[in-house]
Design a protein around this ligand. Structure first.
Ligand SMILES: [Zn+2]
Length: 339
């Protein structure tokens, strides 16, 4: 039996994913200290609204409101005993919205980091991480998610633990990392080393890629790194709407819908198959992305210069690959690019 996402990818050149979750929920009144996952039980209408905003704006796939739905994160809200319930509800609400849309829309069960540092650097053991991700995966599966969606991961150990948990749940999955530190993840993973890690997994994801990070330009540079590896696995691009700026006490993303439309086409031309936004990506950005993808003919693979001209400059001199040591802090020193 072929899963819904694999089927969609076999029929389409690109699949449009969704945008921000947090930014949209804050607009609906969520307080910054609250656990968004509690709204799956307490404010289900708002969660259905969140999903509908993405579907109505043209997303073919949206992520469930379960990013922080693991025991470690929910413990901060004394809700660690509700992992299964909150994930099941988050996915079930998604199922309702997707099935009522009148077209095929994929419900992707969001799984974020535990927030803990894994052994050997930290105290979270592999076994415990697998157990936490497994519990969450079972809830998402029960709620009817089509696919599990690991995102914003920095540590390879955590990515591998989640992969193992998803195998235990018997679910297909996708997984992205956040390259926010001069082209690398906080734990030093480069685009090239992520490809190696993904291909070595016993149960590799349907698609892999990058989400969040710094701005859309940096994310595009990481995508070019994935493609340069020669991978045949579908690549995911979920970039922020512009660059985060601290304005009047909160984080603001300055990317316009037009900029995100240009980003979506660049991502497609670079070779990404699943294209969406991350922080700051609102429904108006998604509409512009969908319209741009549908109206702009596919172009040649963009160069770094094309990206800088259309989306703005990069936050660091290099993408972190090349002949450097493992220390991310050193990557600024060396501007050699991977070709
Ligand atoms: Zn983000």
């Amino acid at each position: 039996m072929t899963d819904a996402l694999t089927k969609m990818l076999s029929e389409r050149d690109w699949v449009m994913a969704d945008g921000a979750t947090g930014t949209n929920l804050f607009n609906m009144g969520l307080s910054s200290g609250d656990a968004p996952e509690l709204w799956n039980a307490d404010e289900p209408q708002n969660i259905k609204k969140l999903y509908s905003l993405a579907v109505d704006a043209g997303s073919d796939l949206f992520l469930t409101n379960t990013f922080g739905g693991n025991a470690s994160r929910l413990k901060l809200h004394n809700a660690e005993s509700r992992v299964r319930e909150l994930n099941r509800l988050g996915a079930a609400l998604g199922r309702e919205v997707a099935d009522a849309s009148g077209r095929t829309v994929i419900v992707a069960g969001s799984v974020g980091p535990t927030g803990e540092i894994m052994a050997p650097m930290g105290s979270l053991t592999h076994e415990l991480a697998v157990e936490m991700f497994h519990e969450q995966a079972e809830g998402l599966k029960e709620g009817g998610a089509d696919v599990l969606w690991l995102e914003t991961i920095s540590a390879p150990e955590e990515y591998k633990a989640a992969a193992e948990a998803f195998a235990l749940a018997g679910m297909p999955w996708c997984g992205t990392m956040s390259f926010d530190t001069a082209g690398r993840t906080m734990m030093g993973v480069t685009s090239a080393s992520m490809v190696d890690m993904v291909e070595a997994l016993p149960n590799p994801p349907i698609a892999f890629g990058a989400n969040c990070g710094v701005g859309a330009s940096d994310l595009m540079r990481t995508v070019l790194g994935f493609i340069a590896s020669g991978t045949e696995r579908p690549v995911i691009a979920k970039g922020n709407a512009g660059i985060p700026k601290y304005v009047d006490g909160h984080i603001h993303y300055d990317g316009t819908p037009e900029l995100m439309g240009a980003y979506a086409c660049l991502a497609r031309d670079a070779g990404a198959r699943i294209i969406g936004g991350c922080c700051g990506t609102m429904p108006e950005h998604l509409k512009a992305m969908r319209a741009a993808l549908e109206s702009t003919p596919k172009g040649p693979r963009p160069t770094l210069e094309d990206i800088a001209v259309k989306l703005g400059g990069f936050s660091s001199a290099s993408d972190g690959t090349g002949d450097q040591s493992d220390a991310p802090a050193r990557s600024r020193r060396n501007s050699r690019r991977r070709t």
